[in-house]
Design a protein around this ligand. Structure first.
Ligand code: BDP
Length: 326
């Protein structure tokens, strides 16, 4: 689609959706690739309720879930242009645009979800949120994205050697292409919505994701082997268009930030519950889960990836501070 056609299509969906929330002075339209009920979608709805309460129904949020407004790479652009007000996205698709987002997207940079929380809730997280502004976006809050692991339709992956020759879809980020290459497999960046049919037709052998996405996307129906190598713990982010932000009073801006922050702990609880439920569903469907995997060779293979992407003093400093965080 050309940009013009894409914008027109988005505007048509937006126009059809605004009636429901017309009591509000301003309805902020928010995009999410995930289906209704998914923790990120529910977190932004919760954020909207908080915001409406805080502003006496002046500001409302309407979430367009299930990629109604498009795939992430396109919706990011539309958020920069102010066509979409809010967007909940993985940090991955920002990597090629905002340098700082590459650091928390590095493979094995976080030792655990708890480590990720400690980093992203602190000064490093604030610095990364602040980096969005130069790109016409306001970073509001980070959400959980679990840990991502490889799944495929061909065979169980028990070691790094088993990845050789397989073709995996990655998010549209050069960093992830290099990550997969460094592991000895082949990478194809593509939008999330194309993954199911691409595995089904054999255009790719698999992809990588967390439990809730593996389950909700139905990818587990076409990729019967899931290896918990946990190469990425990529935070997700809620951003606002700077054009929308600039239309708000200072008080309303503060209310937006507060509502976004308030949704974080709620999201984390919903995430933990959904992770468990998704795992149960995927296991019950008979997917072979490989848990006993030595991650050391995977971690060692990432040295050239770090060398390629952690280039400036600023980025090196971010890595050092993340590694030094408990
Ligand atoms: C999911 C993220 C979503 C990404 C998707 C992907 O929540 O933002 O679009 O992965 O792989 O886990 O593209």
């Amino acid at each position: 689609m050309t940009n013009f056609k894409m914008f027109t299509a988005t505007l048509a969906v937006l126009a059809s959706g605004t009636l429901a929330a017309s009591a509000c002075e301003m309805t902020l339209r928010s995009s999410d690739t995930h289906p209704d009920g998914y923790p990120t979608v529910e977190a932004v709805k919760y954020m909207g309720e908080q915001l409406s309460a805080a502003t006496g129904d002046k500001l409302c949020v309407e979430v367009f879930h299930s990629a109604q407004l498009g795939e992430e790479k396109d919706t990011i652009e539309q958020t920069q242009f102010g066509v979409i007000d809010l967007n909940r996205v993985s940090l991955g698709p920002f990597n090629n645009i905002i340098e700082e987002t590459k650091i928390p997207s590095l493979p094995y940079i976080f030792r655990s979800t708890e480590h990720m929380h400690n980093v992203m809730d602190g000064p490093v997280g604030e610095e990364i949120l602040a980096a969005f502004e130069a790109h016409d976006l306001i970073g509001l809050a980070f959400y959980d994205g679990g840990s991502r692991s490889f799944y495929n339709s061909q065979k169980p992956i028990n070691s790094m050697d088993d990845l050789a020759g397989l073709k995996f879809r990655v998010m549209q980020s050069d960093l992830f292409v290099d990550m997969v290459d460094a592991l000895g497999a082949n990478a194809t960046p593509m939008p999330y919505g194309e993954v199911y049919s691409s595995i089904q037709t054999g255009a790719i052998d698999g992809a990588e994701n967390n439990w809730p996405s593996f389950e909700s996307s139905g990818h587990y129906e076409v990729a019967g082997y899931y290896t918990l190598d946990q190469h990425l713990i990529v935070p997700e982010v809620l951003v606002m268009s700077k054009l929308t932000w600039d239309k708000l009073s200072a008080d309303d801006q503060a209310a937006v930030k507060a509502a976004a922050k308030a949704s974080v702990p709620v999201m984390r609880d919903m995430w933990a519950a959904r992770e468990a439920a998704s795992e149960e569903k995927v296991r019950a469907a008979g997917v072979e889960i490989i848990t006993d995997i030595d991650k050391t060779p995977f971690i060692e293979a990432m040295v050239p990836v770090y060398q390629k992407y952690v280039t400036t003093d600023k980025l090196k400093d971010l890595v050092t501070r993340i590694q030094a965080t408990e």
